[in-house]
Design a protein around this ligand. Structure first.
Ligand code: FAD
Ligand code: UDP
Length: 368
């Protein structure tokens, strides 16, 4: 077999960005993935002419102009703005937490009224430095919003008590005292017109690609196939879990095609009460303002992860972060392996952060 400059493990966004930049610099790349398709978690499957986000809803958003310009060379983005709604029992609220949410919750109109209610609800809690997600959420939005819109959803999603989760998870969500339902604060946002696959396809032009190929099997037969390896799988798996297993949450998707044009009127509807077993329902066509006669929905069930399942969300608690640092110390000693991406760096990265991180790896590698 041919010898390459780089063996890139994982045809997701990190691997594809690296491959694109490396081939641009005249390097030869072999990209392998154990799945039967490219794209990693941003892969879209076409069903009834609708781009179905197979591994969960993906909305591109960033405040980094360089990254925005970078992805726009591969596709055109539409003007989708993510504005999920939350259903708690028979009540419907706008997300993220904003004046629409507070107005519906308390029958008020003014920001000062909302702030006064929140202050009243948290005054006896005396939280100065929030130590966990529960304290963080309570101190930001008060007891009512916490009980109805956060507690049930978060505990379903993470299968852990809010008091046992790190506060940064909830800080991902904006909190506003304006009537603005945009889920993100970022300057740039949208969905690629025609789905995400085209980005990865263009990035991988010029690389050889092997699908259905697991690294650990492949490398036994093909040692020395490349000078260097870019590894975007799980860092602990690379080291055969020798220091311990890093934990994840997994997600099970129940996808259904419905013989109706518009099922829920919005791309994302969260179910925030503990009693509903799924966390949210995605209606994929709304990401691209689809007008197809049918619709495709996915119910998302958060599930416990074990080795062999798809790892989705790294659980960045103290135990896992410490263990990751130990693996990273091993990784830092590698001369010929670059670890990257959500799994390789064990980070809760959004797509824009993955691109930034891949471009940093490229810089480090080539601008010596
Ligand atoms: P991945 O996409 O996971 O790619 C890694 C690839 O490596 C996979 O294809 C895997 O099959 C392959 N691989 C692993 N091990 C091996 C092996 N041993 N051999 C061969 N191949 C291997 N980001 C946003 O910006 N906006 C969003 O709205 C958003 N929503 C999300 C929703 C969900 C449910 C999830 C889980 C993530 C979401 N993200 C979102 C994050 C986004 O998915 C990631 O930032 C991005 O896809 C990570 O790219 P990656 O290349 O690091 O990893
Ligand atoms: N969250 C919540 N209620 C909601 C939506 C989100 O409590 O209706 C919390 C929950 O803890 C979740 C976190 O906010 O893990 C981050 O939400 P986000 O939508 O960013 O999650 P992701 O995109 O990672 O699925």
């Amino acid at each position: 077999m041919k010898r390459y400059d780089y063996l890139i493990v994982g045809a997701g966004l990190f691997g594809a960005t690296f491959a694109s930049e490396a081939t641009k610099r005249g390097k030869s790349c072999l990209v392998i993935d154990k799945r039967n398709h490219i794209g990693g978690n941003i892969y879209c499957e076409s069903i009834e002419g609708i781009n179905v986000h197979k591994y969960g809803a993906h909305i591109f958003h960033t405040s980094n102009k360089e990254v925005w310009d970078y992805v726009n060379q591969f596709c055109e983005f539409n003007n989708y703005i993510n504005s999920p709604v939350a259903i708690y029992k028979d009540e419907l609220y706008n997300l993220p937490f904003n004046m629409n949410t507070f107005s519906k919750m308390w029958g008020i109109k003014k920001p000062s009224e909302a702030k006064a209610i929140i202050s009243e609800q948290i005054k006896e809690l005396n939280i100065t430095e929030p130590k966990n997600l529960e304290e963080q959420a309570l101190s930001l939005v008060g007891r009512d919003v916490y009980e109805k819109l956060i507690k049930g959803y978060t505990e379903k999603q993470w299968q852990r008590k809010c008091a046992d989760l790190p506060s940064f998870i909830i800080k991902r969500l904006p909190l506003r005292f304006t009537y603005d339902n945009n889920y993100f604060n970022d300057r740039y946002q949208g969905i690629p017109i025609g789905g995400y696959n085209q980005i990865i396809e263009k990035m991988l032009k010029g690389s050889d690609v092997l699908l259905n190929t697991d690294y650990f099997e492949f490398i036994k037969e093909n040692e020395g196939i490349a000078i260097k390896t870019v590894f975007t799988g799980q860092i602990d798996a690379f080291y055969d879990y020798r220091l311990g297993v890093l934990e994840y949450r997994s997600v099970r998707f129940e996808t259904e095609t419905l013989d109706e044009e518009n099922h829920q009127g919005n791309a994302v509807v969260n179910y925030t009460e503990a009693e509903v077993p799924y966390t949210r329902i995605i209606e994929h066509k709304h990401f691209e303002f689809g007008t197809q006669p049918k619709t495709v929905i996915s119910r998302e069930y958060s599930s416990e992860w074990k080795i062999g399942d798809e790892p989705y969300y790294p659980i960045n608690n103290e135990r896992n972060n410490t263990l990751y640092e130990e693996y990273k110390a091993l990784a830092d000693k590698e001369q010929n392996v670059i670890f990257g991406g959500r799994l390789g760096q064990y980070k809760y990265y959004d797509m824009d952060k993955v691109i930034i991180s891949a471009l940093e790896a490229v810089k480090k590698e080539f601008d010596k």
